[in-house]
Design a protein around this ligand. Sequence first.
Ligand SMILES: NC(=O)c1ccc[n+]([C@@H]2O[C@H](COP(=O)([O-])OP(=O)(O)OC[C@H]3O[C@@H](n4cnc5c(N)ncnc54)[C@H](OP(=O)(O)O)[C@@H]3O)[C@@H](O)[C@H]2O)c1
Length: 290
Amino acid sequence: MTTAVLITGTSSGIGQATVQRLSRDPQLTVFATARRLSSIADLADTGARLLELDVTDEDSMRNAVLSIEAEQGSVGVLINNAGYGEYGSIEEVDLDKVRREFETNVFGLARLTQLVLPAMRAAGQGRIVNVGSMGGRLTFPMGGYYHASKYAVEAISDALRYEVAPFGIKVSLIEPGIIRTGFSDVAASSLSTSGTPQGPYSALSRAVDKQLAGAYRSGLIAVGPDAVARAIERAVTAAHPRPRTVVTPAGKSLVHLRRLLGTRAWDALLRQQYRAAPVTGSRPSLDHPQ
Ligand SMILES: NC(=O)c1ccc[n+]([C@@H]2O[C@H](COP(=O)([O-])OP(=O)(O)OC[C@H]3O[C@@H](n4cnc5c(N)ncnc54)[C@H](OP(=O)(O)O)[C@@H]3O)[C@@H](O)[C@H]2O)c1
């Protein structure tokens, strides 16, 4: 009997690389999922089974889990990977967009977890691997709402790990640093449309955009998605998987640096990074109308 692995968001990037890696393991039956089946047609060549799954849609999540359970008894491993970054200033980002981001990054992850747990508990074993971010351990300006979603994933993972351990279920959190995937294009496009061109945060937005683009291009900082797929593979197959894994050397250094520096020194470091970003529009007063 193989172990059924359900992975979300496999049309590109980390999810796709994870399907390619895990499909080589004869002990696993990999269920690659995406919002549009056409976007993962190529993954059929890996031997993975393909299912439609939108993590913001209750019926879609329920149907995917039920169909795996009907065939395999239970989902043996759930990999909550689907996610994206809604970037922009805290003041200007449309909160409906933030709600949509949380539906995917947080509530989708939480609901799928709820759906797979009863059968996992009955089986007395299972694994849940959540793809968080180094951005769940530190925050960059103009990314506040994305970071908030990944901080939420940290808290959910920590509570869940303790709650389900008595049922033989292991929970791992993977915290990628800068990974070359479709993520940066989605983040950059949301950043560029989040505020007005001459608005109060436009200079900061340009500085952050430039820095993000540089980081994703850098051979020192950014790595390909297979590095994360390898960490996920260890979380799926190791006898005693690590509860938390930061992926990329640069990501590990940044998380350590954030912890060492404390809040004021971290802010000073960020000010130095974005010093080319003068305040443009008028400074809002405390009684500024909403
Ligand atoms: N790349 C990085 O630097 C980085 C760093 C830290 C953490 N992460 C995290 O890694 C995870 C994977 O991102 P990635 O870097 O591989 O980016 P990516 O290449 O853009 O992949 C994101 C995946 O999520 C899917 N998705 C988005 N909304 C969805 C929904 N409602 N239902 C199902 N799938 C949905 C996308 O599918 P569609 O094709 O249908 O849009 C896509 O397959 C995310 O959770 C991200 O936050 C990435």
